[in-house]
Write a protein that binds this ligand. Structure first.
Ligand SMILES: [Zn+2]
Length: 262
């Protein structure tokens, strides 16, 4: 059982409950001001694997065009740093595999991680991609693929994982020296986040506005959100150098960065 008084970012025992939300408590660290909720996913036993149904298929299909549009912008950002042809790429938290598919189309040798069975089945059917269920810190990757990849991508995933620092640390171990890591995560620096906090405080917790939407204790949902300063601290801590914040994305909504391993 994890002690949520231990900050998931700086590791100090200085996190305290700050907001009581729907089915969860948001903790804030007095040292680094990191915000995270008191829920963790359990692997693999908590979520029995479900086979994909036609309902799942049509739901996923309906989201694909938008998904693709966004990931094509991400691909453009990646390609502005490195020519992907014949590069070894790992996409962590690939979902239905759209980005892995785009990497493959760009000529890359692609591996991808997705813990949800339904998404893996969809990726197999739609893109003929074999996604792996093992997470980045699993011995499957750490023993067989240490310093193997030229590129690691972590799109829309860091806010979902149990321990973001450890996830990026595990990813860095899989990168070759000089390899690139690209990631994005929603920004907590937005005005709507702060106004939700003010509303919570002035209403004595009765009107948390968006806080209940930005986090969720449900499996695979948002467990933490980063400010720019916190994300940069994390990246530096795991030995990455930030090369560029994406000029193709709106910085007030999403933090999108290119980093390099020393
Ligand atoms: Zn902290």
């Amino acid at each position: 059982m994890y002690d949520f008084n231990r900050c998931k970012l700086c590791g100090k025992n200085t996190a305290e409950p700050k907001y009581k939300l729907k089915g969860m408590t948001l903790y804030a660290c007095s040292q680094c001001d990191f915000h995270f909720i008191d829920a963790l996913d359990t692997f693999p036993t908590d979520y029995p694997d479900k086979a994909i149904s036609d309902k799942h298929r049509s739901f996923i299909e309906s989201k694909l065009p938008q998904n693709r549009q966004q990931l094509e912008v991400d691909l453009k950002f990646v390609s502005s740093h490195i020519d992907l042809n014949e590069k070894r790429c790992l996409d962590i938290g690939t979902g239905v595999g759209m980005f892995a598919f785009l990497l493959k189309q760009a000529g890359a040798d692609v591996s991808a991680i997705e813990p949800q069975q339904i998404f893996r089945e969809f990726a197999q059917e739609k893109f003929q991609l074999e996604l792996r269920p093992e997470l980045a810190d699993d011995t499957y990757w750490q023993e067989n693929y240490a310093e193997y990849f030229d590129v690691v991508t972590i799109w829309d995933t860091l806010e979902h994982v149990n321990f973001p620092l450890e996830t990026v640390q595990a990813a860095v171990k899989l990168l070759k020296p000089g390899g690139y890591l690209f990631l994005d995560t929603p920004s907590r620096d937005s005005l709507f986040y702060r106004s939700s906090e003010w509303s919570y405080q002035f209403s004595f917790g009765t009107r948390p506005l968006l806080l209940n939407k930005l986090y969720s204790p449900k499996p695979y949902c948002h467990k933490q959100l980063f400010t720019r300063k916190q994300l940069w601290w994390l990246l530096e801590k795991v030995g990455l150098q930030v090369v560029e914040q994406s000029p193709l994305h709106k910085a007030n909504k999403k933090l999108v960065v290119a980093c390099r391993k020393a």
